[in-house]
Design a protein around this ligand. Structure first.
Ligand code: TXA
Ligand code: MG
Length: 320
């Protein structure tokens, strides 16, 4: 089959040890060959990311997993077989094929098969896996469109592989293992309910505070934050009564409300579809951040299924 022309261009840059942006089903990534120390260094500097925060390795198929990790628990194999390609990252003991600088010297590596046709086509035509953190400056909202990536990294990247809007719009769910048992390090686009159907009950690592050493450094409590003060509340009416400003952006789940303090309203899904709400979340947050109001406000989701992952991101993005 003939390669897409954009994939050919992406490959050219990557083969020259450059960093480009790639689409995945979750969010866009800043990608480079895991074997180019130079390109990996520039990923860290472009993102302004602490070098102690390891990167996720993206591979083309589940079969490749066995080259890059070892001592794989049965439940990890089962999860990989069931959910790859898909929004699941597994943290497993690495082999010598993964360089130290990818994992911030950790003996484990975070690895996944992304589910995006262009990126899968790209990976199948490369001689190396791609390391890719989310395509945003550290502690900013992740990019779910090529335009967001361009806004953040305008002149810095030689190429953005445009794969349209990200279907899931939330980062992958990260799972590590202790004594063969799965532990969720980061909630994400694959829900706990979906995971438990396959491997039974799983433990969720509680939110880690900044002062502690995080298992997944991205679990620092402040993360994914817009510049405008962002409030997440139980009851929108009493919140509106309590604030003095009348320059508010309201992000509604499904329906508009009428209140003179609200200058802008954005809806996550007019049909009330939770998957659409998740996929629109970062886009709407970025949009809300750009209208120049004093504050952004939204309400909590019911804490189950995707609502649990959305609440996790709302918590990290909001004013405590
Ligand atoms: O959906 C995603 O996972 C996106 C797309 C591009 O694949 N990537 C992504 O990467 O969200 P990033 O770097 O923004 O978040 C990766 C998280 C970080 O919190 C990092 O600390 C954690 O994975 N991580 C990476 N390697 C790890 C390891 N060996 N052990 C524990 N956590 C790890
Ligand atoms: Mg990130």
């Amino acid at each position: 089959m003939e390669l897409s022309s954009s994939v050919i261009r992406a490959k050219k840059w990557l083969d020259k040890n450059e960093v480009i942006a790639i689409p995945t089903e979750t969010v866009y990534g800043l990608a480079a060959s895991i074997y180019s120390k130079k390109a990996i260094d520039s990923i860290y500097s472009i993102k302004n990311r602490p070098t102690t925060n390891p990167l996720i390795v993206h591979i083309k198929s589940e079969k490749e997993l066995y080259k890059y990790v070892q001592n794989i628990p049965v439940k990890a194999k089962l999860l990989a077989k069931t959910f790859w390609p898909g929004p699941l990252t597994l943290v497993l003991p690495r082999t010598d094929l993964i360089p130290d600088y990818i994992t911030a010297n950790s003996k484990t590596v975070a690895i996944r098969v992304p589910d995006h046709p262009l990126t899968l086509e790209l990976l199948s035509n490369l001689d190396y896996p791609l390391a890719a953190p989310s395509a945003n400056p550290s502690n900013h909202v992740s990019s779910t469109t090529a335009q967001h990536v361009e806004k953040y990294f305008n002149t810095i990247l030689p190429f953005v592989l445009d794969g349209g809007d990200c279907r899931k719009g939330l980062e992958s769910t990260i799972i590590g293992f202790e004594n063969g048992e799965p532990i969720v390090y980061r909630l994400g686009a694959l829900t706990i309910e979906q995971i438990e159907l396959v491997v039974g009950e799983v433990q969720i690592r509680k939110n880690l505070k900044e002062a502690e050493t995080p298992i997944a450094p991205g679990m620092f409590s402040k993360h994914y934050a817009p510049k405008t003060p962002f409030f997440v509340v139980d009851n929108i009416d009493s919140f509106l009564e309590s604030v003095t400003t009348d320059s508010i952006v309201y992000i509604g789940h499904q329906s508009r409300i009428s209140n003179s303090k609200i200058k802008h309203q954005l809806l996550l899904s007019e049909t009330g579809n939770i998957e659409e709400m998740a996929s629109n979340l970062y886009k709407k947050l970025l949009e809300a951040d750009s209208v120049g109001c004093d504050i952004i406000v939204t309400t909590w989701f019911e804490n189950k299924n995707l609502g649990m992952s959305i609440n996790d991101r709302l918590k990290r993005a909001s004013v405590k």
